[in-house]
Design a binder for this molecule. Structure first.
Ligand SMILES: [Zn+2]
Length: 379
């Protein structure tokens, strides 16, 4: 990632400040419930009966859960960050004893691909070897985003590991831009955070591990996310700069644990339904004067059948229909799950950028909410 040293430094300091705030509140809590003199207070991470302890690693086991079947046919693009062949010397993207981030990213991606393929997902890697991509710039982030865009991937997951002061080691998952830019990216990010947390059992946790890339580059973000036109997140599962974590990251079993955490996140994301919209009218996508527009709403759940299937899954108040960034007055046919509207003559002459989005009871939003219409005649 470009300017990585800079943003990692900033990220680490933000996290250090956040952890400092956490420590203050922890101290306040302890002073409110004083321990008897001479006895150490309980370790908040290991309090209670032994079976409640946050162990570093659960026993190694990687079952494919039944709900992972909802990943079947889902288009996933995995982007193992950087390229191992490129070595700028010194400690560039290396841990304290020389472990290369690019190599770890790739191992995790290859393990993750195994899990996803076992669940029936349609997986593409931006690189499957530790060599360059044949691009003029091997670190070309635009090409990685373009690959996902051209495939119209359901999700692009860029896999990285973080660097900072030796003591830092926590998970961050980044989405692009302001909250409204791509709600679908934030949804997948939430699931990925939870999956990693469960799999890696790190002692440190960022106060809000789901982070906008604007926190690092205000108004700009990370190129691989900024240029993605599909749901996209970038995971920094842990810090390869942390001496103990670097040693764990050398262990293929630990890499597989991380991949499994990412897999569980994606499986639960798919279980929650992957909403889509489809243009029914105009069938050819051409917007003529007085042309009615009809869009089918697929909540990603109703097609499965089962208990409660007849109940509505889309939150009505969440429906948004915008033409060229302006709200379009629309009506909904809930029986057919369609929205309909007829743009004004003026609106029909616009650029034709249609956005239809909604939120389901499962908290999912439309994966590809943007529909391009072709206005019949431009002014
Ligand atoms: Zn990286």
């Amino acid at each position: 990632m470009e300017k990585q040293m800079r943003w990692r430094w900033i990220a680490t300091h933000l996290a250090a400040a956040a952890m400092g705030a956490g420590l203050v509140s922890l101290l306040a809590l302890r002073s409110a419930t004083p321990e008897p003199r001479g006895r150490p207070g309980p370790d908040p991470l290991r309090a209670g009966p032994a079976e409640f302890a946050w162990r570093e690693h659960p026993p190694a086991s990687f079952p494919i859960p039944p709900y992972a079947r909802h990943l079947s046919g889902v288009k996933v693009v995995l982007d193992p960050g950087h390229v191992g062949q490129i070595d700028k010397g010194g400690d560039w993207k290396r841990g304290p004893t020389g472990l290369r981030e690019a190599e770890v990213n790739l191992r995790v991606a290859l393990y993750l691909r195994e899990f996803l393929v076992a669940a029936g997902a349609d997986v593409t890697l931006t690189r499957a070897e530790d060599v360059d991509l044949g691009l003029s710039d091997p670190e070309d982030l635009s090409a990685r985003a373009k690959l996902a865009n051209d495939l119209r991937a359901d999700v692009l997951l860029s896999i990285h590991h973080n660097a900072g002061p030796p003591g830092a080691n926590y998970t961050s998952v980044f989405y692009h831009g302001p909250p409204g830019h791509s709600p679908a990216s934030q949804v997948v990010g939430r699931h990925v955070v939870a999956g990693l947390s469960e799999a890696l059992r790190l002692d440190q946790h960022a106060e809000c591990p789901l982070v906008s890339d604007w926190a690092i580059y205000p108004g700009e973000g990370f190129r691989v996310l900024r240029e993605a036109r599909v749901p996209a997140v970038l995971s920094e599962a842990s810090f390869h700069s942390n001496p103990a974590e670097e040693q764990r990251l050398r262990d293929p079993l630990y890499n597989r644990r991380e991949a499994y955490g990412l897999f569980l996140g994606l499986a639960r994301w798919a279980q929650a339904g992957l909403p889509r919209v489809r243009l029914l009218e105009p069938a050819d996508g051409r917007l003529r004067p007085a042309q009615r527009v009809v869009v089918e709403l697929d909540d990603g759940l109703t097609g499965r059948g089962g208990l409660g299937n007849q109940t509505r899954k889309i939150i009505p108040e969440s429906l948004v229909v915008r033409l060229d960034d302006k709200p379009a007055p629309f009506e909904v046919d809930w029986a057919r799950r369609q929205v309909r509207f007829t743009p004004t003559r003026e609106a029909a002459r616009g650029a034709g950028r249609l956005l239809v989005d909604f939120t389901t009871v499962f908290g999912q939003t439309v994966l590809h909410p943007r529909i391009e219409l072709t206005p019949e005649r431009r002014p």
